[in-house]
Ligand binder design. Structure first.
Ligand code: FMN
Length: 848
């Protein structure tokens, strides 16, 4: 539970605060070496030609600077010991509400203001972006709390990230730090996210814990109270040193230049020759103090400074605050910025902080990719439609999954669907929800489980592993028959470890193993086929590709399109002929389907969608398509749609009306028109948008549940509307092999206009391939209206055909026809006989 909640918050914050942190990271990295960069680009500003004349005293320099800057008093001066370095001056802010005044470099020999180096304005912008996202109001605006909250989020990311990926052997550093770049896709993103996260977690905590200093007063106060006895407000602030801390408003007090010189001379004498840099900070009030902050030549970084304080009124030395004498707490408090930017730890620290800041977007991007992948996987899972019974109590096998990223769940769903297609009623559930003590006698349980972490169960199996697999009391499950499909990756040392653990536990519990555990390495098609082959022992048809692995899309060209019901008051139904463009096509059998993605010509498709004013596709089956109910690569389909710039465009399924020997795919498509007058996305595209010669992405979907019976089996074909497509394929397949024992019951609305394939059907009758043809029309007002009415009339013949061993195949709309046909058949044959026919594969339906 904790994991789940933490995980949810982790990604929820990731897609919000993560974006802000990415900006803060990049801008922070840009600032890392800003002084050096600016100096490199502006040698004429930061450097001066050494002169034989002595450098000006601070008081004279300040006077010269002030005179060149509209008399604005100077707040601070930074003097460098190097003869070829310019000094820096910071003026008191003209607006007392501001923390900083203008800055400039100044020639220490002549007192001439040199201005700012190139890039100073740019880096000021970068800093404001880093701190306030360039939002109005700077420190007082909304930007500061946003970056502050994001910084708190960074602490949460670091800590929750460690918790979420806590390995079974936490002391083995390899578990934390080894990056395996052989991985691909989501696995690689996860690796980059988690492993590089582990490398940098300490640096991020450091950045965040120091960064909050500038975000929230309460944090600053709390930290100060914790680390020092001095209240925050009285802490000395630092200024005039690069991008140092702020300084409160200046009250206009100007120090007597003579007293300033006295203090300066005292300092020079006492501090000695080893001073590399001195920052002279003028008092803000008459009773204030002059502070000279001195950096020793041997200091490791620019903030190892001693503070010399002098009285503003007479210049006498008040005291010296030595860097070395600082207590740890004060040291930290006085060096928040150098710790934040890494300079506290010298050059290596700066480089490390630069790299960690620069890596920040990596986490946002990989986190987003993982999130998108997860959503896509969930969508794919939703497309593997299962009958309602597959979730409830049934007589079929139990299909139990434990999955982290959805692969195992997907295969479990496909397994369940394969059982269902064969007329069995499987039950699907997550391993955590399985109660072994409620297993009935002879129960078949198929487990599809992945392995996570270092040979650990995925989340959906964790609770079970804890309560059952680790329990000291072994279970007694002799009544259970089981098989395990273990998902894993050979790149991990504990390949399929959880699957093995489960398999062993089941065996030790006395359960009967149906066949040895299958270990699936990644998406290995061979492993999947093995699983599918094993399922045959329970009557589940082996499907070599369909729905399990990804089937590639192929291009098919529209050869011909003809309206089947011109003049009909009903929606037009079209007959489409398509020829393959690509070589190496998948074969198909009568009963199979195609998936079509209406997105081959992106620009034209987009224009078409614009015409329809459609944003979301309408999931409708009224056009004769099965709204994609399989997972057969819908992710790939969606990808194609994404490339085409079409959001959420799902593939549609249509029954194939032709047989392979015809060398082309024929479809029957009903054009859907919605109440608002707009056309259905796919049916509209196929029947109006697409032009003859255009290609469409299509792939064949094997539909074993509707494959033909043996040639010697009499066949009753029942359907209506575009459902004729599936029946036609069967009839054509029977004609091709000379199997003539066929009866077609077909319903439409108007005899005059909706007599689809009249010629071909009459010919089949004449040739002896259609022993009986019953066409019923619901709107003509004479004779039986619906196919079920006709079946009722022909009940005696139906019984006779069934007694002769006939199979009944129904194709078409579920609600408009198949439900009533089912009721009618139950009435004629009896429910138990119809169920028995279904179990024997003699009652099959392809309804949508
Ligand atoms: C963080 C992580 C750890 C993994 N650890 C293992 C492992 O220890 N052993 C293994 O065989 N496979 C391991 N795998 C591979 C997964 O088991 C494999 O990708 C599987 O297909 C995932 O299935 P699922 O999406 O149902 O969770 C790991 C994958 C990830 C992302």
């Amino acid at each position: 539970m904790t994991r789940k909640v933490l995980f949810q918050i982790h990604w929820l914050l990731g897609i919000t605060a993560g974006l802000v942190l990415a900006v803060m990271g990049v801008t922070g990295a840009m600032m890392s070496f800003q002084d050096e960069l600016m100096a490199a680009f502006s040698p004429e500003v930061v450097g001066v030609t050494p002169s034989s004349s002595p450098r000006m005293e601070p008081s004279a320099l300040m006077a010269a600077a002030s005179a060149q800057h509209q008399g604005q008093p100077v707040a601070a001066l930074v003097l460098d010991a190097a003869a070829d370095r310019a000094a820096q001056v910071e003026f008191a802010p003209s607006d007392p509400r501001q923390h900083h005044g203008d800055r400039s470099y100044i020639n220490p020999y002549t007192g001439q203001l040199l201005g700012l180096p190139h890039g100073a304005a740019f880096f000021l912008g970068v800093r404001n972006l880093h701190r306030y996202l360039l939002l109005p109001g700077d420190a007082g605006g909304i930007g500061r709390p946003i970056t502050g909250i994001s910084t708190f989020a960074l602490i949460f990311f670091a800590l929750s990230g460690v918790y979420l990926r806590w390995p079974r052997k936490p002391l083995d550093w390899r578990n934390w730090l080894t990056l395996d770049l052989r991985r691909r896709g989501r696995d690689l993103y996860r690796q980059l996210h988690a492993v590089i996260g582990a490398w940098l977690v300490v640096l991020y905590l450091l950045s965040a814990l120091t960064g909050l200093w500038w975000s929230f007063e309460f944090y600053r106060g709390g930290l100060t109270r914790m680390l020092s006895s001095t209240p925050a407000a009285t802490m000395p602030r630092r200024t005039a040193e690069g991008h140092g801390g702020g300084r409160d408003g200046h009250d206009g007090f100007r120090m007597d230049p003579a007293i300033l010189d006295v203090s300066w001379q005292q300092f020079r004498r006492a501090a000695g020759p080893d001073i590399a840099r001195a920052s002279v900070m003028l008092p803000r009030a008459a009773k204030g103090q002059l502070v000279i902050r001195a950096l020793d030549r041997h200091a490791r970084y620019g903030r190892m400074t001693d503070d010399w304080s002098f009285a503003a009124d007479d210049g006498h030395l008040v005291g010296v605050r030595r860097y070395r004498a600082l207590a740890t707490g004060d040291l930290i408090l006085g060096h928040i910025l150098p710790i934040h930017d890494g300079s506290f730890f010298g050059l290596p620290g700066r480089v490390l902080l630069l790299l960690s800041s620069l890596s920040m977007p990596l986490f946002t991007v990989t986190g987003l990719l993982l999130y998108i992948g997860r959503r896509r996987q969930k969508r794919r899972l939703r497309t593997i439609a299962l009958p309602a019974a597959a979730g409830g109590a049934t007589d079929g096998p139990l299909i139990i999954y434990a999955s982290q990223a959805g692969h195992a769940e997907r295969l479990a769903r496909l397994t369940a669907r394969a059982f269902h297609v064969q007329g069995q009623m499987p039950r699907l559930l997550a391993l955590n929800n399985w109660q072994p003590d409620q297993v009935r006698d002879g129960q078949l349980c198929l487990f599809v489980v992945s392995t996570y972490g270092e040979g650990e169960p995925p989340d959906q199996g964790r609770l079970f592993a804890k309560s059952q697999l680790c329990s000291a009391i072994p279970r007694r499950l002799p009544a259970l028959e089981f098989a395990v499909l273990a998902l894993g990756d050979r790149l991990y040392p504990d390949f399929c470890a959880f699957g093995r653990q489960l398999d062993t536990w089941l065996e030790q519990s006395g359960a009967r193993r149906a066949f040895p555990m299958l270990a699936l390495d990644g998406d290995s098609p061979a492993g999947l086929q093995q699983w599918q082959r094993q399922l045959r022992r329970w009557g589940v048809a082996a499907t070599d590709h369909v729905g399990w692995g990804e089937v590639p899309w192929q291009r098919w060209r529209l050869l011909e399109r003809r309206c089947l019901n011109p003049g009909s008051p009903e929606h037009p139904a079209y007959w489409l002929r398509l020829a393959a463009v690509d070589a190496g096509l998948a074969p198909w059998r009568a009963g199979d389907l195609v998936e079509i993605l209406p997105a081959d010509a992106p620009a034209r498709m987009q224009a078409w969608l614009d015409r329809l004013a459609v944003i979301e596709p309408r999931a409708t089956a009224a056009d004769g398509s099965h709204v994609a109910t399989t997972c057969a690569g819908s992710a790939t389909a969606t990808e194609v749609a994404e490339v085409a710039g079409i959001p959420e465009l799902k593939p549609r399924e249509y029954s194939i009306a032709s047989i392979e020997a015809q060398g082309e795919i024929q479809l029957l498509v009903r054009q859907v028109r919605h109440a608002d007058g707009s056309l259905g996305v796919c049916s509209g595209w196929l029947t109006e948008g697409l032009e003859i010669g255009d290609t469409i992405p299509l792939r064949i979907r094997c539909n074993p549940g509707f494959h033909p019976p043996s040639e010697s089996t009499p066949l009753i074909l029942i359907g209506s509307g575009t459902g004729l497509a599936g029946l036609l394929a069967h009839l054509r397949a029977r004609v091709a092999v000379g199997a003539g024992d066929n009866w077609l019951v077909f319903g439409e609305r108007h005899a005059g206009s909706d007599d689809f394939f009249e010629e071909e059907l009459r010919q089949a009758q004449q040739d002896g391939f259609l022993q009986r043809l019953d066409r019923v029309y619901s709107r003509d007002g004479q004779g039986p209206r619906y196919v079920q009415d006709q079946l009722q009339i022909a009940a005696a013949d139906l019984l006779f055909w069934v007694e002769r061993g006939a199979a009944i195949y129904v194709c078409g709309s579920l609600h408009g026809m198949a439900t009533d046909v089912d009721l009618c058949l139950r009435g004629i044959l009896g429910s138990s006989q119809l169920d028995a026919l279904s179990l024997a594969g003699r009652y099959r339906r392809d309804v949508y």
